[in-house]
Write a protein that binds this ligand. Structure first.
Ligand code: GLN
Length: 203
């Protein structure tokens, strides 16, 4: 999948969910590639976007705000229609059907579009934040990845796993949906953003 590269970024409009968390960093990277960015705060901001990025932050807070601002249902509907979606860290948790933390089922608001279990704060206290050079399927050289109180993704049978840490998925794809446990927007390497824009380009 990661060999998909964007050809005409200037023709694309990328929505970035801008309720809480690291949305500005995504915006900057996407704009640097040459696509237009819409900060999504209200349902009307969703019209005309070619794909949507759900940033990292605090998944319980973002989920609550999505309900409050009446974004949860419209984004779920767009995802079901095949709009490309990419969740990073908290964003990947919001995409998951099932969410657990320390073995307990969480009942927080979510989109529930990805058939996986997101395990919140899966790396424990010792490795709350860390960086790693990850091998990612389809990328020729490792991707320097930043993890911050990151989730792992379990029960991934119906997805294509693109990268793992300790034998557990930290990056995967299901159709037009991408989920990464780490934060590609906090580095300088724009290869994953370019690949996501490439996915959007395929319509
Ligand atoms: N630990 C956060 C959560 O569970 C995610 C952290 C992040 O997005 N960097 O929502």
């Amino acid at each position: 999948m990661m060999d998909i590269m964007v050809r005409h970024p200037e023709r694309l409009t990328v929505g970035v969910l801008a309720l809480q968390g690291a949305f500005r960093e995504h915006k900057q990277l996407v704009e640097r590639i040459g696509a237009k960015v819409v900060e999504v705060r209200l349902p009307k901001d969703l019209s005309g976007i070619d794909g949507l990025i759900l940033p990292g932050g605090e998944s319980t807070t973002i989920g609550k705000l999505m309900v409050e601002w009446k974004l949860l249902e419209p984004i779920r509907a767009l995802g079901l229609e095949g709009l490309p979606l990419w969740g990073t860290c908290a964003g990947s948790i919001l995409l998951a059907k099932r969410i657990t933390e320390r073995g307990r089922e969480m009942d927080q608001d979510r989109l529930g579009l990805l058939d996986i279990t997101a395990v919140r704060n899966a790396f424990g206290r010792q490795r709350e934040s860390f960086e790693a050079d990850l091998a990612i399927k389809g990328l020729e050289t490792p991707f320097h990845s930043i993890f911050i109180r990151a989730p792992l993704m379990d029960d991934t049978d119906s997805t294509e796993v693109l990268s793992e840490v300790d034998g557990k998925a930290v990056f995967l794809r299901q159709g037009k949906i991408l989920a990464s446990s780490f934060h590609p927007e906090l580095g300088d390497d724009d290869r994953i953003h370019r690949a996501f824009l490439g996915l959007m380009e395929q319509g």
